[in-house]
Design a protein around this ligand. Structure first.
Ligand SMILES: [Zn+2]
Length: 320
C-alpha cells in the first residue's frame, strides 16, 4: 500500500520567477499514471485497512500538505474523477493572518531569488539583531554567492540553523515588511479559506491536522507539542464539525521531525493514524506498530512528479 504527498500544485506565475511547484497538468498526468498502476481504494477501504491492521495490496492514497489554496482545485479534480484525498491543514495562519515561516521563505525567494534575499538577510542581521557571535558564524558560511541556488541554500541554512524560533520570526517579519507589506492579503490568496475547507469535506475529502505553527516537533517540549496538536484539531473542528476521522501529519516529516512525546500525545488524543515522510510502502508492521508514523512517498519519486521551476530558474538551467 502506498501513500503519496503533494504540496504546491499550480500553473506558473510570472510574478514568481523562482518559485518551485508541481504543474497542475503534471499532477493530473500523475494521477492517471497511478490509476493505471495502482488501486485507488475508497475511503472506507482505507480506514478498514488501518483498523484491521492489514494493508491492501497495490492500494494507493493521496495526501496534500499545508492547506494551500492550490488544493481546492486539486480536490475538485479528484471529486470529478471519483477519487478522494487527505488534506493536512496548519491552523496558525487563520489566527495570525501571516504566512508560516516555511512559506514566507518560499514566497520571498520565489519572487526575488536567493541572491537578493540573502543580501537583505545579512544586512538585517548585521544592522538590527544578531550580535557578534552570529556574525562570526555567517562569515564562515556566506562564501558561495555565485548563483541563486547556492544563495537559496544559505538563506535556509541561516534561518533554520543559526536562529532560534523567535529570532527567525523577527527577521522574517522585517523581510516580509520590505517585500510583501500586505501580508494579510497575501495570506488570503495563499491558503484555503474555512469555507473552502468545509466544502472540500462535503466533496468527500478528509481534513487532517498539520499543527498550528508548523514547527519541528522534536525541538519542542511536551507541553508545547501538546498545544500545537490540540489547538490545531480544535480549530479544524470548528471549520468542519462533521469530520469524523482524526488524522495528523508531521511538519517536515522524517524520523528526526518528531519524538516519543509526539507519539504519546497522538495516542492520548485517539488520533486514528498519522503520516510522516519516508520513501517506502506501508506494510503490516507499520499498521500494527507505527500507526502514528506511517511512511509516505514524495510525489517527485514517481513519473510526472518533478517540480517545475520558475521561468528565471529554467532559463538559468538551460544556459548552464
Ligand atoms: Zn507542511
Amino acid at each position: 500500500m502506498k501513500s503519496f504527498m503533494y504540496h504546491y500544485i499550480r500553473e506558473g506565475d510570472e510574478a514568481y520567477p523562482w518559485f518551485r511547484y508541481l504543474h497542475i497538468e503534471d499532477f493530473k498526468k500523475q494521477v492517471s499514471y497511478f490509476k493505471h498502476h495502482y488501486n485507488f481504494i475508497s475511503k472506507s477501504e482505507f480506514f478498514n485497512s488501518i483498523e484491521q491492521k492489514e494493508p491492501v495490496e497495490d492500494a494507493a492514497i493521496l495526501t496534500f500538505d499545508d492547506g494551500l489554496i492550490d488544493h481546492f482545485e486539486a480536490a475538485e479534480y479528484l471529486a470529478a474523477e471519483g477519487l478522494w484525498g487527505i488534506f493536512y491543514i496548519p491552523t496558525g495562519p487563520y489566527q495570525t493572518q501571516k504566512l508560516l515561516d516555511v512559506h514566507r521563505i518560499h514566497v520571498l525567494i520565489g519572487k526575488y531569488g536567493g541572491q537578493e534575499i540573502l543580501l537583505t538577510l545579512e544586512k538585517t542581521l548585521r544592522e538590527s539583531y544578531i550580535q557578534n557571535e552570529y556574525v562570526d558564524k555567517f562569515e564562515k558560511v556566506t562564501y558561495a554567492r555565485q548563483d541563486n541556488d547556492a544563495a537559496t541554500k544559505q538563506v535556509k541554512q541561516i534561518l533554520n540553523y543559526f536562529l532560534d524560533y523567535q529570532q527567525k520570526d523577527d527577521v522574517l517579519d522585517v523581510l516580509m515588511q520590505k517585500y510583501f507589506p500586505d501580508e494579510a492579503l497575501l495570506c488570503k490568496d495563499f491558503y484555503l479559506s474555512p469555507t473552502q475547507i468545509k466544502s472540500m469535506n462535503n466533496m468527500g475529502m478528509v481534513i487532517g491536522a498539520h499543527s498550528v505553527t508548523h514547527p519541528v516537533f522534536s525541538r519542542l517540549d511536551y507541553a508545547t507539542q501538546n498545544n500545537e496538536i490540540m489547538n490545531c484539531f480544535k480549530l479544524l473542528d470548528d471549520f468542519v464539525p462533521s469530520n469524523s476521522i482524526k488524522t495528523f501529519c508531521y511538519p517536515y516529516g522524517g524520523d528526526h521531525s518528531f519524538n516519543e512525546d509526539t507519539l504519546m500525545i497522538l495516542e492520548k488524543e485517539n488520533v486514528d493514524f498519522s503520516f510522516s515522510v519516508e520513501q517506502r510502502d506501508i506494510n503490516a508492521h507499520d499498521l500494527i506498530h507505527k500507526k502514528q508514523a506511517l511512511p509516505r512517498y514524495d510525489c517527485n519519486q514517481f513519473p510526472f512528479g518533478q517540480a517545475s521551476m520558475g521561468l528565471k530558474r529554467a532559463e538559468m538551467m538551460a544556459n548552464s
